[in-house]
Design a protein around this ligand. Structure first.
Ligand code: BTN
Length: 240
């Protein structure tokens, strides 16, 4: 993949960096690899229609525009792997051990430190454009009732937000060019709860099972009773 981060736009305040990126990409005003970060988002969006609230000036909230990704819809999960592994590598670089809670939440112990919202536009069966939105908790120390943490809470010091952005870009540019087989292995290796006996809930209720991996389309593979079943995003809840 062509490099990202040659062009960085910094906004003081915007509704959502994903919205901004989508609107300006549509108008032809942004090129592949553009990175749009905001000090404050007034309408930050999370997965599955949720809100992403982030204290103004405290965290890293940004989007990356990928054009001509050249991936079929069936293989789109590769992007999820690249982004999550880049975040884990960034955290590792600053001495924080993190795991990927399927599909792409980043966890330190049992607390969320980063979230990812990938929005693809398709042309036929191919991904034409992908907007990768990332919210990384950096210097915020109070998350109310949320089970969340930040760089500052883990390391007991503040971090320069720009350093983390540059570090993410460097890691992404390296990881995006890894072979798919390596990405698959690295993703599995960092998967939260892999091979652990845990509680989940699906349409038929609670059960104890073990995560065994993901399939090519990104569905979660969980051993339930004697069989391994695949689950899409809304079909399974992690209980504990
Ligand atoms: C989630 O875990 O629910 C995904 C959160 C994604 C948040 C980021 S912040 C930058 C970008 N702009 C948005 O509106 N959302 C993403």
């Amino acid at each position: 993949m062509e490099e990202i981060g040659r062009n960085i736009i910094r906004l003081e305040s915007v509704d959502s960096t994903n919205n901004y990126t989508a609107n300006h990409a549509r108008l032809g005003e942004l090129r592949h690899g553009a990175v749009i970060m905001a000090v404050e988002q007034t309408g930050g969006r999370g997965q599955m229609g949720t809100q992403w609230n982030s204290e103004s000036g405290k965290n890293l909230t940004f989007s990356v525009l990928l054009e001509r990704v050249n991936l079929s819809v069936e293989r789109q999960f590769i992007l999820t792997k690249i982004v999550s592994l880049s975040l884990v590598a960034l955290l590792e670089h600053f001495g924080i051990d993190a795991r990927i809670k399927w599909p792409n939440d980043i966890y330190v112990d049992d607390l969320k430190i980063a979230g990812v919202l990938i929005e693809n536009s398709l042309q036929g069966n191919a991904i034409k454009r992908s907007i990768i939105g990332i919210g990384l908790n950096v210097n915020q120390s109070d998350f109310g009732a949320l089970k969340a943490t930040s760089f500052a809470l883990v390391k007991k010091r503040d971090f320069a937000i720009d350093d983390l952005l540059f570090s993410f870009i460097a890691r992404f540019n390296e990881i995006a060019n890894r072979d798919t087989a390596i990405l698959d292995a690295d993703y599995l290796n960092k998967l939260y709860w892999l091979n652990e006996s845990r509680s989940f809930e699906d349409a038929s209720g609670r059960f104890v099972g073990e995560i065994k991996g993901v399939n090519e389309s990104g569905a979660l593979l969980v051993q339930k009773d004697a069989a391994v079943q695949s689950f899409q995003l809304k079909e399974i809840v992690f209980i504990g």
